[in-house]
Design a protein around this ligand. Sequence first.
Ligand SMILES: [Mg+2]
Length: 381
Amino acid sequence: MKITRIETFMVPPRWLFCRVETDDGVVGWGEPVVEGRAEVVRAAVDVLAEQLIGKDPLRIQDHWQILTKGGFYRGGPVLSSAVAGLDQALWDIAGKTYGAPVHALLGGPVRERVRVYAWVGGDEPAALAEQIAAQVEAGFTAVKMNGAGAVSPLTTPAETAAVVDRVAAAREALGPDRDVAVDFHGRFTAASSRRILAELAPLHPLFVEEPVVPEQSHLLARLAAATDIPLATGERLYGRAEFLPVLAAGVAVAQPDLSHAGGVSEVTRIASLADTYGALLAPHCPLGPIALAASLQVAFATPNFLIQEQSRGIHYNKSADLLTYLVDTEPFRFVDGHAPRCDAPGLGVDVDEKAVRAADRDGHAWRNPVWRHADGSFAEW
Ligand SMILES: [Mg+2]
């Protein structure tokens, strides 16, 4: 079997899919994307495709070496995301070829269902309680919310109180048997994070995510030592070498993104690395159906897995949502806040190729907003 064709599709709301075709008719799908930089990743996929055309798709480990290291310069979001999507497609092909779900190829399932969380906005306490009530009604046992919008470099008492009040409102709506995770999104300085973490501790968040931006990861050890709240990070880390220092710093939850951190191949290695630090895996996934399918395959085969992000109804998904490009939506029919085990071959989703090709004709040009402080200077989004 040989790889004969690799195509990419820019599909709304902000995704990029790749399709890898073989000469015996088996097709694999992947989702190589950096949100807001999809065109750049598309170009990277086109260049990497040169290494795969004419090759045996089942030599995934060897392809991963060549794709990540064969160009001398390596790593970073664009290249690692391009590799990630191609890697997902190769695992999809392998599963379909062997007639097995990817989790079987990874050693078999260690759980029967995967806990997923729902996104709630978190910007306004009254709306928050309503959103949480709707997610609880839908069966979810955990939600994630943002800590704050743009805040002062050292948060004012009112800004600090607003974060705490919103999380308190979430805790009240959820009760003691459900979880709330709080995403700081790198919006706070380390000093502000430290102050806010102390005040949030009594509300028992599941974890606090990105308490500092990734380039300040050297400050995580101090923050981890100063709080009892489990700290999480990883959506902007691209391989196991970048996870090593944050795990050593005491991060409790590793959040690699299956579409950014080298795909199924690398995220399983990151999970093993996290396990040696007693840390848990909670893959980032505000993305499309292929990224989520790949995430779930890893979740089923990973002992130290905690919880899975998913994008159904997330605020980004305006023109299309998680189920838009699927022939069969059953794999993402969450029951009691869990994804059922899917034993279909490959990644386990049936992509609606016609819908994908049609959507690509319009494409998208999604960009994240650029925020500024009141004085006009740049603010982290
Ligand atoms: Mg995040």
